[in-house]
Write a new protein. Structure first.
Length: 289
């Protein structure tokens, strides 16, 4: 006699072994409500055979091992889900998506971003800050390590706390990475970094951003901004060389030098002659330094 359709049927391993195929009828089975699988006392049945299932007659339920929630990152959307799966042996009792714990979600996102640092919201400002910190660390090994490798190894400490409330990778792009990196330094360390390796170079005619991602840090500005400066400024007390890029009114380099004083006294005469012909409305003094 066929059994009526039920969500679950309990059969012994012996009964299952007696069937010729998955399509063959089970000779002996008993309907069991799904609620009977609610865990009461976690147990692990040897080899996960049905023969070792324990029926709790008092509470009319089958004792099974607890299930677990597994965090999953959707490769398409980058969203983090918590997949709840409960099993008894090979039998899946429950498999559904549930709301993930915020702390675990933050830790998971941080781990993914640590494994794939190119997914971090790197901006030029953040890379410049990192380059400055690494350059100063090269002068002082005790300065914090903000290299890609060190950041990847420490994501749970410096990044995860800022990911609470974030549940997808795309939302991490809203983080200000430059601010987070600066937050990894103490006030004294950040002040020292700004003092010894400033992000900008003060000039008589304004200021110029310093590019620390180059092999030799370089500051670029229109030539007029350098008028009144007689020598190349020092970085880190003279321990770091600085290149100066003098630009034309159109923003094109007309000279790159690490010795501004020598440039004023030498090659400037030829550059001045050429620039006066091209840009007669701009000042091109004979002795700008």
């Amino acid at each position: 006699m066929p059994y009526p359709l039920r969500p679950w049927l309990l059969a012994t391993a012996t009964a299952l072994a007696a069937t010729a195929s998955m399509a063959a009828p089970v000779p002996q089975a008993a309907p069991v409500p799904q609620a009977a699988f609610t865990p009461l006392t976690p147990i692990r049945a040897p080899d996960d055979h049905w023969d070792f299932a324990q029926w709790d007659a008092e509470h009319q339920r089958l004792l099974v091992a607890h299930g677990k929630d597994v965090l999953v990152v959707d490769p398409a959307s980058g969203a983090v889900f918590s997949r709840r799966r409960r099993r008894y042996g090979a039998l899946v009792l429950e498999d559904r998506m549930v709301e993930a714990d915020p702390a675990e979600t933050a830790a998971t996102l941080a781990r993914v971003l640590g494994d794939k640092p190119d997914l971090l919201p790197w901006t030029d400002e953040a890379r410049q800050f990192q380059a400055r910190a690494l350059l100063l660390r090269g002068l002082d090994p005790d300065f914090p390590d903000l290299s890609d490798g060190a950041l990847a190894a420490g994501v749970q400490a410096w990044l995860a706390p800022h990911l609470h409330g974030v549940n997808r990778l795309a939302d991490a792009a809203k983080l200000d990475l430059a601010v987070l990196l600066r937050g990894m330094l103490s006030w004294e360390q950040a002040a020292r970094l700004d003092r010894e390796l400033p992000p900008h170079l003060a000039l008589p005619g304004g200021r110029a951003p310093i590019d620390y991602t180059q092999p030799v840090p370089s500051a670029a500005a229109r030539a007029q901004a350098f008028y009144g400066l007689s020598h190349t400024p020092h970085l880190a007390g003279g321990r770091v060389k600085l290149q100066l890029s003098l630009l034309s009114p159109a923003g094109r380099p007309i000279a790159i030098t690490g010795d501004l004083g020598g440039f004023w006294q030498g090659a400037w005469a030829d550059v001045r002659r050429d620039m006066r012909g091209r840009y007669p409305k701009h000042a091109w003094p004979e002795r700008p330094g």
